[in-house]
Structure formats: C-alpha cells, structure tokens
Design a protein around this ligand. Structure first.
Ligand SMILES: NC(=O)c1ccc[n+]([C@@H]2O[C@H](COP(=O)([O-])OP(=O)(O)OC[C@H]3O[C@@H](n4cnc5c(N)ncnc54)[C@H](O)[C@@H]3O)[C@@H](O)[C@H]2O)c1
Length: 428
C-alpha cells in the first residue's frame, strides 16, 4: 500500500479534494469523459473496476473500501489516479465524480445507491439489489427524483444472445412456454471457510463501517469477505445471490411485473460452517400460464444446468455461454410421434460485463434508461425476497405488485422488512 493510502485510511477521510467542476454530472453534455468512483473493492468490485477503466473516456477519480488491502489494490489498478476513501460519504462529497460503481455487500446497496443519487451521481449497483422491498422502492424513488441513471448489475440484460433468446421466446418460436426451470448447484461440503481475514479483527478493517445499518455484532471473519451471503442480516443466500440472475431472465421472458403466488421450502441441512441461509432451497412461482421453479443446492452439484424454458415446440437451455433449443416431438392424440415440432437452434454468447458497462456509459451520456434499469432490478429483487419470505412463513404468498405488499399476511409482510441500525436511515 502506498503511504498516502495508509494515512488516508487511518484518518478515514481523503486529504485535499481535487474537485474540478461543480456542474451536475454530464447533464451539460460537456464531453465524453465519465469520471467514476468505486464503492466496494472486493472480488466483484475489482473485476468491474478493471472493465470500466478499460473503456475509453472513463477516468478513475476515487475508490472506497473499509478494508485497506482491497482499497489499496483498487488505487493501484487505477495507476494511483483514484483517491482512496474509507468512508463512502466523503467519496460522494466529491463534485468531480459523475458515476459510482457499487459493489459493496448487499445490505449496503440501498443506502449507497440512495445517497449517491442524492449526491447527483449516476449509479451502477450490483445485484442482488437490496435485502427487502421497501429498500428497492426507495432506490427507484431516489433514481427518479434526482434524475439519475441507475443500472443494476444483471449483466445478462445486455447480452445479445439473451436479448435474442427473449425475443424468440416471446415471439412463440418454442411454442407456449408453460414451465421454466432454473438451477444453481455446486458441492461445497462440508462448508465454506472464511476468506482473506484471520480470526482477529485487523487494524486494516473498519468493522463498524462494514456492518453499517446491520445489527452490531462482534467481529467474525466468516461474516465478512464474500461469505456474508450466508447471513440474513446482510443477504438472502443463493435465493437472492444467483436467483437475482436466473429469475431476472425468467421474469424478463415472461414480460411480467411479479408472480401471482410463491411457495418455497429449504434449510441449511448439511453445511456445517455457521452460515444461516439454506443449502437446499426450492421455490415455485406461479405466473399466468407458466410455473417457474428455482432450485439452489450447495451440497451436491449434480446437473448444474442453469435455466431451461420448456415450450410446447422446443426446450431452450440458456446460459452465459449461449443458448440451444432441443425440438420437442409431439406424441399426443393426432400427432405422428416422429417429426420434431421445430428446427433446432443454437447461438453463442459474448462478454456480458463489457456490454453491460458499455450500455451504462452510453446511458450516462444520453440520459436514457439502461438495459437493467432500477425498476426492473427492484421487481426481480422482490421476486427473490418473496421466495425467502415464503420459506420462512411456510405459506403460499400472494404479492400485490401495485401496493407492494403480501396480500392478507401480516407475518410475511413483517418478514419482508428490516430496520437499520442508527444512525443509518434511507429517509432524507
Ligand atoms: N453481477 C455479478 O455477476 C456479480 C458477481 C459477483 C458478485 N456480485 C455482487 O457484488 C457485490 C460484492 O460481492 P463480492 O463477492 O465482491 O463481495 P466481497 O466481500 O469480495 O466485496 C465487498 C467489498 O465491499 C467492502 N465494503 C463493505 N462495506 C463497505 C462500505 N460501507 N463502504 C465501502 N466498501 C465496503 C468490503 O470490505 C469488501 O471489500 C455483491 O452484492 C454481489 O452479489 C455480482
């Protein structure tokens, strides 16, 4: 770590701002530069940062993390151009930042996004969007109120082969799609282990600022880097982690705001590592004319296929690498039981992250809505959040997408809220 980075981290505030302009970010269309800041420099932040900085016209201005080694790494990746910050509020104070990349843990996304919008920044925020529906609604409201471009990190939305697959499905190419099955499976037996940080709290980590709005608990290395996903105070397990990707594509294909009904079962049956979220979970969604089934499993990999659309004429398997359609053969009454109902189809995928970032940068300049606009991200996040609420209550939940409440179920609505630890608040 450079000395200046270390000093800044200890002080919790970057020295001297080099703010060059007080204009509203890019609203004056002054030039092709997009001056960016990164909040959350861990695994995902590192990859996004690298891709953003590879784009022409992108200028790194600042990076922020509460863990010094990752912050230092991000500053290094910018060749020292990014000013380091431990406290994101100081980064947001900078007037010379047009857009922020938010790759912090899930429990921070709502606050980071709302406060960035208020500070006049456009936002690229990672999925899963947030923990609960009221946070997602607050994020949408902030984006619209402050006229900000907010792209959610559902990079599939910018994949050409995904767009083509959706067009084919919606156009009836594989017949009536009545069943969508999605899986995310791997074998993590006997459990996850802490990443990066040893058992004692290092001076290079600001644990209180890592927890932020979440309940105060003693430092636990297993709760921290990457593995926060398995704790309900910070995330929603694979239901929201990978569900945010697969179920977003399913909902996109169905062109639906929300499912009519949701049921879910699961638990942490066998992983023995202190995590809370299920290692096996199956969630079933009912949409008009279509059932969507989500399975996550961390204890046996089995068939890891991610996403299948079952149509009356063919079944499409859609992954990041591409899609293929296996034609169906009709064997019912009046069918000949031999001829396929359609020709097979196959298409390869491309670089999703790069396309998604290109789309975001183009929208920052044009002020158009991005491919994974915040409202769409919110609807998909709700779908995942409902899965966890259905599992916790053990009931079939029916969601009112206009009022954004579970119909007639106070316990489920209570399970879909969380209160921030003071002084953190989403209120103005
Ligand atoms: N779109 C994708 O394909 C994709 C892939 C991986 C991860 N993600 C998402 O990216 C996010 C980050 O995941 P990760 O795997 O990089 O986790 P990570 O633990 O590796 O990184 C998170 C970083 O945020 C930092 N952080 C915590 N609180 C902070 C704060 N208040 N201010 C600034 N930084 C703070 C942590 O110290 C850590 O360095 C998650 O929401 C995850 O779901 C998306």
């Amino acid at each position: 770590m450079r000395d200046s980075t270390r000093r800044t981290f200890a002080a919790g505030i970057a020295a001297g701002s080099a703010a060059s302009a007080w204009s509203s970010p890019l609203s004056q269309g002054a030039n092709d530069r997009v001056r960016v800041g990164l909040i959350g420099c861990g695994g995902r932040g590192r990859g996004l940062w690298r891709t953003f900085l590879s784009k022409s016209g992108v200028e790194p201005v600042a990076a922020c993390d509460v863990y010094e080694p990752f912050l230092s790494r991000a500053v290094g990746a910018s060749e020292g151009k990014a000013m380091p910050f431990r406290d994101f509020r100081h980064l947001l104070d900078r007037k010379d930042i047009d857009a922020v990349i938010i790759a912090s843990p899930d429990h921070w996304h709502a606050l980071h996004t709302v406060m960035a919008c208020r500070a006049g920044k456009d936002v690229y925020v990672e999925k899963p969007l947030c923990l609960m529906p009221h946070e997602g609604r607050a994020m949408v409201t902030a984006a619209r109120r402050y006229n900000r471009v907010v792209q959610v990190g559902s990079q599939q939305r910018s994949g050409a082969h995904y767009a083509h697959a959706i067009e084919l499905i919606r156009g009836g190419a594989i017949g009536a799609v009545h069943h969508i099955t999605t899986h995310w499976t791997r074998n993590m037996m006997p459990g996850f282990r802490p990443v990066e940080i040893g058992s004692a709290l290092p001076p290079t980590l600001d644990w209180d600022l890592w927890l932020g709005p979440a309940p105060k608990v003693a430092f636990d290395p297993f709760r921290c880097i990457y593995n926060y996903r398995w704790f309900r105070s910070y995330s929603g397990g694979q239901m929201t982690n990978w569900g945010a990707h697969s179920l977003d594509i399913a909902r996109w294909a169905l062109d639906a705001k929300a499912p009519d009904a949701v049921a879910s079962f699961g638990a942490r049956f066998v992983l023995n590592d202190g995590g809370e979220t299920p290692d096996v979970q199956q969630t079933i969604y009912s949409f008009p004319g279509c059932v969507v089934s989500w399975v996550s499993r961390e204890a046996s990999a089995g068939n890891t296929t991610l996403l299948d659309f079952h149509g009356t004429k063919g079944t499409m398997t859609l992954t990041r690498e591409g899609f293929s359609v296996a034609p169906e053969i009709w064997t019912g009454a009046g069918a000949n039981g031999k001829d396929p109902a359609m020709e097979p189809l196959k298409e390869l995928g491309g670089d999703l992250d790069s396309s998604h970032i290109d789309n975001f940068l183009a929208c920052v300049k044009s002020r158009r809505r991005p491919n994974a606009d915040i409202e769409e991200g919110h609807r998909t996040a709700v779908m995942c959040q409902l899965g966890n609420a259905a599992m916790r209550t053990g009931r079939v939940l029916r969601w009112d997408p206009e009022a954004e409440v579970v119909i007639g179920d106070a316990e489920a609505n209570a399970a879909l809220r969380w209160d921030y630890r003071k002084p953190w608040t989403l209120a103005e």
